[in-house]
Design a protein around this ligand. Structure first.
Ligand code: SF4
Length: 455
């Protein structure tokens, strides 16, 4: 994988002691979905407090500032800038005071009619502080003539289109909404408090639940609103007819392998993708190696099915801070090498199958092939455990423009030549769906592979 970017992560915690701390650990486990900024709002029933800043979760929060976020309810956000600018104004949660009181909002996704709505609101006198879609929702809620926040949120939601997982926190309640297409994953969990009471958590990925000892209950349904209020079980309202189109790319790349996404464990699906790839494209080779970490599960599957030994032939350095690389060829190669280093003793003289999840621009794949040849590989066969990525995403994932996607411009043969591999193969779309064990009726969004946009 060279340059698909993760999207944001949201969390909501309700009726829990130390709600902000639980939100903090949940955000920590979802750091892979956004590293630009992090924030948490909490409510003690009287006041909402917010802390947010640029940087990773662990650099934004410490023991001291978390203590300030008291209360039994909290919402949190890790930002990767999918829409808007790189400024503190675009960090979340977004806090607002309006005629009914206070609220804080976290949002993961992209509104496809944002420009049109923003233009209309500005024409009617609205003033925007940021470029975030989330601010549009706040204006729509503030302008609504409905009498309570719940009805105002519904009023606003029915005017927006696109992909969103939303959590609204008022002083006493929490509202959770997933768009009718259910593009992004969004799960509900339960927490047993020390005093025996039950608390609730919603998160972009279920890996957040493990760290805070929450039990996965179910996915928030497409088009569903969940309402949390004191001394009541969560209430569910189907506010939009569901037209589910969950994002198939979550399984390919975004989600953590230890998460359960749309009812399936990501690790299992990735391994099956490797098995399907081995069934579709058999290659004569001595070893199968993954591009770490994204290709590991698929490489295990490929090795298991093909009976070709699996080796960790490339080691990834996870601790790369800032690098000072000049734009020369040698230095660019150094950049990849800083992250990925081959084990010569495993590779020298071997025919190598290298498994990665996808190719976006092709530059990283070419560097990997070069690194392996430099370590003495006799042949390098690049195997991709997903179909060619031909179209950008408009549903909350920051993908390159179509012209920057190598598969949109070149044939497989041309890409193979560009990345300097002996062969290049991709898993078919049918093979990918087979790995998910889904039938024709399972309507995943797969627009980045087939260009057919559902919204
Ligand atoms: S276009 Fe691709 S990345 Fe975007 S939601 Fe659809 S499958 Fe997911």
């Amino acid at each position: 994988m060279d340059s698909f970017k993760e999207e944001c992560a949201v969390v909501g915690v309700y009726n829990c002691q130390n709600a902000a701390k639980l939100a903090y650990y949940s955000l920590f486990s979802m750091q892979h979905r956004g590293q630009e900024a992090s924030g948490i709002s909490s409510s003690d029933g009287k006041k909402i407090k917010t802390i947010k800043n640029h940087g990773l979760v662990t650099s934004v929060f410490d023991e001291e500032n978390l203590k300030k976020l008291s209360g039994y309810a909290a919402v949190g956000h890790n930002r990767y800038s999918t829409a808007g600018e790189d400024s503190m104004l675009d960090a979340q949660p977004v806090f607002a005071r309006y005629d009914l009181g206070e609220m804080s909002v976290v949002h993961n996704g992209n509104l496809t009619n944002a420009q049109e709505l923003r233009k209309k609101l500005i024409e009617n006198g609205a003033i925007f502080q940021s470029f975030m879609d989330t601010e549009i929702l706040i204006h729509l809620i503030a302008k609504s003539e409905k009498k309570c926040l719940q009805d105002r949120i519904i009023d606003a939601i029915l005017q927006v289109q696109g992909a969103y997982s939303l959590v609204f926190l008022s002083r006493s309640k929490m509202f959770v909404i997933r768009d009718a297409n259910g593009f992004r994953p969004f799960s509900l969990g339960k927490i047993q408090n020390d005093d025996g009471s039950v608390g609730y958590i919603v998160a972009s990925e279920s890996c957040a639940f493990d760290l805070v000892n929450a039990q996965y209950v179910r996915d928030v349904q497409p088009g569903e609103m969940l309402i949390f209020e004191a001394n009541k079980p969560p209430q569910s309202l189907q506010i939009m007819s569901p037209t589910p189109h969950p994002c198939i790319f979550e399984y390919v790349y975004f989600a953590r392998p230890d998460s359960k996404v749309f009812g399936r464990t990501v690790y299992d699906v990735r391994k099956k993708m490797g098995i399907e790839l081995a069934r579709e494209k058999s290659i004569d080779a001595d070893i199968v190696i993954p591009v770490p970490d994204s290709g590991v599960a698929a490489a295990l599957g490929y090795s298991q099915e093909s009976k070709i030994p699996f080796e960790l032939g490339i080691i990834r350095n996870h601790y790369i801070g800032r690098t000072f690389i000049e734009p020369t060829q040698t230095m660019r190669e150094l950049k990849v090498r800083l992250k990925l280093n081959p084990i010569r003793e495993l590779i020298e003289g071997k025919k190598v199958i290298v498994i990665d999840d996808s190719i976006v621009r092709g530059t990283t794949s070419r560097q990997i092939v070069r690194i392996l040849r430099g370590a003495g590989a006799k042949e390098v066969h690049m195997c991709i455990s997903s179909p060619p990525t031909i179209s950008p995403c408009y549903y909350g994932v920051d993908t390159p423009n179509k012209e920057d996607l190598i598969s949109a411009r070149m044939s497989v043969e041309q890409i193979c030549e560009y990345i300097e591999a002996d062969s290049l193969v991709y898993l078919s779309l049918q093979g990918l769906r087979q790995s998910l064990e889904c039938g024709q009726s399972d309507s995943f969004c797969q627009a980045c592979f087939d260009g057919k946009y559902v919204v």
